[in-house]
Design a protein around this ligand. Structure first.
Ligand code: NAD
Ligand code: UDP
Length: 323
């Protein structure tokens, strides 16, 4: 009897999280088609997969209808995730979440495939409830500079549940909290990458505002394990929070990074950005109960692995005369 090959489409597969997901799916012997327009993704993230016969790359924007193909699982991770990046072209960011998600849902519907949506803790906006459970409906400024991302992701969730109710597409929606690890783009402006890169270079670490705002940081391997649990669970559509409930102020994170790297960098305050959420911590009761998932890698250990990766990236980026 011939072996059944499972076929996955990973939109955004050349990005930070998408490339780790592609690795895991190949490890599980899937055939993976990565669809990416490389606006925030990098060929370097997937170059090790390019010669693998189980891996295909389609360079395309998900805002345009996708070529028809046979697929068992559609994973939608396409969307820039870093605030400076998603604000470069806010209209494109919103369209990626709305039109792009619709195009991928249509692909799943045509194939009776399972559909995974990478949603975000940003749907909670600047939350008044802390920690945030999935039933908290959020506090988002619909007209601020973050709205293209937050409201786009909220609309995408809404589309997913309408495709479930209307067309019976088997959707899985995850709300991701800040995740870090190897393959983050050193230049995309997120806090973990900014702080580690600046500490390695001996440049000042900048706290946007007082640095008292909090975030909860999840190591990428834990997150991808949670994705697979949700996608392969028995009928859990979500939304499900996946994140590490350990909560740190941004100032604490800066101090940990400087201390860990033995860096001489100063920590300085610069003006806050608009609509920056003051606190963020996932309630992961649902993930524990329904998926038997919880994060295993503490921040200190994850930062060590991430710092090793960034040390290599910084050395590679440095001009030959300095290195
Ligand atoms: P990333 O920017 O590294 O990856 C996003 C990928 O999507 C990139 O490869 C980019 O080129 C691609 N892309 C963007 N727009 C596209 C389009 N229109 N068509 C095709 N490809 C497109 O970001 P990431 O951190 O890997 O995030 C992946 C997903 O997870 C995103 O949907 C993001 O919103 C979500 N998420 C991430 C985090 C996090 O902490 N990393 C937190 C919450 C949600
Ligand atoms: N931040 C900061 N300095 C930086 C980058 C980010 O103080 O160099 C802050 C940012 O204002 C936010 C937090 O760190 O409060 C997390 O920022 P990130 O962009 O990583 O993620 P998000 O705002 O989407 O949670």
């Amino acid at each position: 009897m011939s072996e059944v090959i499972r076929r996955a489409v990973v939109a955004g597969g050349a990005g930070f999280l998408g490339s780790h997901l592609c690795d895991q799916l190949i490890e599980l012997d899937y055939h993976v088609t990565c669809v990416d327009n490389f606006t925030s993704g990098r060929v370097a993230n997937i170059s090790h997969l390019l010669g693998d016969k189980r891996f295909d790359l389609i360079q395309a924007d998900i805002c345009s209808p996708l070529p028809s193909m046979e697929v068992d699982e559609v994973w939608n991770l396409a969307c820039p995730a870093s605030p400076p990046r998603y604000q470069i072209d806010p209209v494109q960011t919103m369209m990626t979440s709305v039109l792009g998600t619709k195009n991928l849902l249509d692909l799943a519907r045509a194939n009776k495939a399972r559909f995974f949506q990478a949603s975000t803790s940003e749907v909670y906006g600047d939350p008044e409830q802390h920690p945030q459970p999935e039933h908290y409906t959020g506090s988002v400024n619909t007209i601020g500079p973050r709205a293209c991302y937050d409201e786009g992701k909220r609309a995408a969730e809404s589309l997913c549940f309408d495709y479930l109710r209307t067309y019976n597409v088997d959707i899985r929606v995850v709300r991701i909290f800040n995740t870090y690890g190897p393959r983050m783009d050193p230049e995309d402006g997120r806090v973990v990458s900014n702080f580690i890169v600046k500490a390695l270079k001996g440049e000042p670490l900048e706290l946007y505002g007082s640095g008292d705002q909090t975030r909860s940081f999840c190591y990428v391997d834990d997150l991808i394990a949670g994705f697979l649990r949700l996608m392969h669970s028995d009928g859990c559509h979500g939304p499900v929070n996946i994140g590490n409930p350990g909560e740190f102020t941004v100032k604490q994170l800066a101090e940990i990074v400087v201390d860990k790297l033995g860096s001489k960098s100063e920590i300085v305050c610069v003006p806050a950005t608009m609509d920056d959420p003051k606190q963020r911590k996932p309630d992961i009761t649902l993930a524990r109960d329904r998926l038997q998932w919880e994060p295993l890698i503490p921040l200190s250990e994850g930062l060590d692995m991430t710092a090793n990766y960034f040390a290599e990236e910084v050395a590679r980026m440095a001009p030959a005369a300095i290195s």
